[in-house]
Design a protein around this ligand. Structure first.
Ligand code: C5P
Length: 232
């Protein structure tokens, strides 16, 4: 898979999601389904979006004992998603178990991506709550390296970290980057943002874009603008 724009479908129901997706008559966007929609609608929502011809990033961020993650990943693999993810904090052994569970009998599997430290975790909360005393950027790169060692395909990271991740884990290790905004758009609650063109420049493999597309007056035009800036 090459560079692509993944649209974060952060809707609360299937109805709202389909109302949004129905607008796209041409190119079918790569869609990210998160916990809210998945827990509200169940696996059926994945099957229905897949049936409509979209690729799917199922963003459920698994984190449990290796055996449970392995078995759960086997279930997600049967849903035929294109990308799914987990927390690298679950250890290398958990990530290896995830790959085992995800791999189908014919050897194929969805891409598996790690979350390193959530962007909502800062240095202070990491030190005080998690008792991790190292600098957060070092922790992020260490977790990315662990993911690489476990055989994962990439990490979710800020566009600002994508270059460094590629340096440490290799150019083919995927970087999926949220926090994307148009140069003339609203930043909202995102703190460190980049435009699609800047994310391309810095070497992101996929950008995850939510509100700049879902809340746009013309979502299709906003999506096409992302494609022009990031892919074409
Ligand atoms: O609307 P917006 O473009 O900010 O949406 C970004 C998407 O990426 C949301 O689904 C958000 O949960 C997700 N995300 C993020 N920052 C991270 C990890 C995921 O914004 N560090």
């Amino acid at each position: 898979m090459g560079k692509d724009v993944i649209v974060a479908c952060d809707f609360a129901s299937a109805e709202k999601t389909f109302e949004f997706l129905d607008k796209f008559k041409g190119r079918k966007p790569f869609v990210k389904i998160g916990m809210e929609l998945f827990y509200a609608e169940g696996p059926q929502i994945v099957k229905e979006i897949k049936k409509r011809g979209h690729k799917i990033f199922l963003d459920l961020k698994l984190h449990d004992i290796p055996n449970t993650v392995k078995k759960s990943m086997a279930v997600l693999s049967n849903l035929d998603v294109d990308i799914t993810n987990l927390h690298a904090g679950g250890t290398i052994r958990m990530m290896e178990a995830a790959i085992e569970g995800l791999t189908r009998e014919d050897g194929t599997r969805p891409l598996l991506i790690a979350v390193t430290q959530l962007t909502s975790t800062d240095q202070e909360s990491m030190e005080n709550d998690l008792l991790i005393k190292e600098p957060i950027d070092k922790v992020v790169m260490h977790y990315a390296h662990n993911a690489k060692l476990a055989g994962l395909d990439g990490v979710v990271c800020s566009p600002l970290e994508a270059g460094k991740v590629h340096e440490i884990c290799g150019e083919s290790f995927l970087t999926i980057t949220p926090g994307v905004r148009f140069a003339d758009g609203d930043v909202g609650d995102q703190k460190r943002v980049m435009t699609p063109a800047q994310a391309k420049e810095i070497g992101s493999d996929y950008i995850v874009v939510g509100r700049p597309i879902t809340a746009a007056t013309d979502p299709v035009a906003a999506y096409e603008r992302c494609i022009r800036e990031f892919v074409d």
